[in-house]
Design a protein around this ligand. Structure first.
Ligand SMILES: CC(C)(COP(=O)(O)OP(=O)(O)OC[C@H]1O[C@@H](n2cnc3c(N)ncnc32)[C@H](O)[C@@H]1OP(=O)(O)O)[C@@H](O)C(=O)NCCC(=O)NCCS
Length: 209
């Protein structure tokens, strides 16, 4: 049972707090990359994150929360909305895109508070499902999510292939590449999600309550 974190406030990140978001986001992905190098962030990732945050402020399709202890940002949670193909009856789901608590603040309930803020946001937007991706080797995070009642529903299986003979390898993705070129306003890439947002003036994954 986590002890109550003293003097911790959770609230939406403000425009002037982009550096704190970036610091925590970078630390999260440094951690993820230490578990699986495939999650290493690309050169210039800060640009894409800034774009995501700018888009969030103008479209409100996602929500970025910071946990503060006194003046220091010690935790980050990012929520986003996803929409799958019209092929599926249940298409809309909220995604926890990022969750990170500074090492010194772990085991104090901050992560749980961040999750509560994220869940409130998701419920308030009309989502009836929260999903997230977690690296299989990330045992502490898996224990944390399990304690909150989340359960694995699918597994991603992968194998490495021989190094590509073409540089860069061909992707032939005429639908999604323009969305990237135009501005990458999703952090977690789902083909259908990108396709949907590319076809619409306004993102279709925003669910107004
Ligand atoms: C995942 C993460 C956000 C969870 O936050 P957390 O603060 O570590 O989670 P908890 O509050 O559940 O506490 C973690 C540990 O402290 C323990 N703990 C909690 N309260 C405690 C207390 N009062 N005294 C001692 N230990 C305590 C918990 O039992 C838990 O240990 P366990 O996992 O070995 O059982 C955090 O570990 C983190 O940022 N990790 C790196 C980034 C990451 O992996 N993000 C998720 C990517 S999907």
């Amino acid at each position: 049972m986590a002890m109550v974190a003293a003097h911790v406030t959770i609230r939406r990140a403000r425009p002037e707090e982009s550096r704190a978001v970036s610091r925590l986001f970078g630390a999260l992905h440094g951690h993820n990359a230490s578990l699986d190098p495939r999650f290493t962030l690309a050169e210039g990732w800060e640009h894409w994150l800034r774009e995501f945050l700018d888009h969030e402020r103008s479209h409100d399709h996602s929500a970025t929360f910071l946990a503060h202890r006194v003046d220091e940002a010690i935790g980050l949670a990012i929520m986003d909305g996803n929409v799958d193909s019209p092929l599926y009856r249940h298409r809309h789901w909220a995604e926890l895109v990022a969750l990170y608590v500074s090492p010194a603040a772990r085991g104090t309930g901050v992560a749980e508070q961040l999750m509560e803020a994220g869940l409130d946001w998701a419920v308030g937007r009309g989502f009836d499902r929260l999903q997230l991706y977690v690296t299989a080797a990330n045992e502490p995070a898996r224990r944390f999510y399990a304690r909150l009642g989340l359960r694995p529903t699918q597994e991603i299986w992968a194998t490495d292939l021989p190094a590509p003979s073409m540089h860069p390898p061909r992707h032939d993705d005429h639908i999604n590449e323009p969305a990237f070129a135009r501005g990458h306003h999703v952090l977690s890439v789902s083909q259908n999600h990108l396709h949907a947002t590319d076809q619409e003036e306004e993102p279709t994954h925003v669910m107004t309550p």
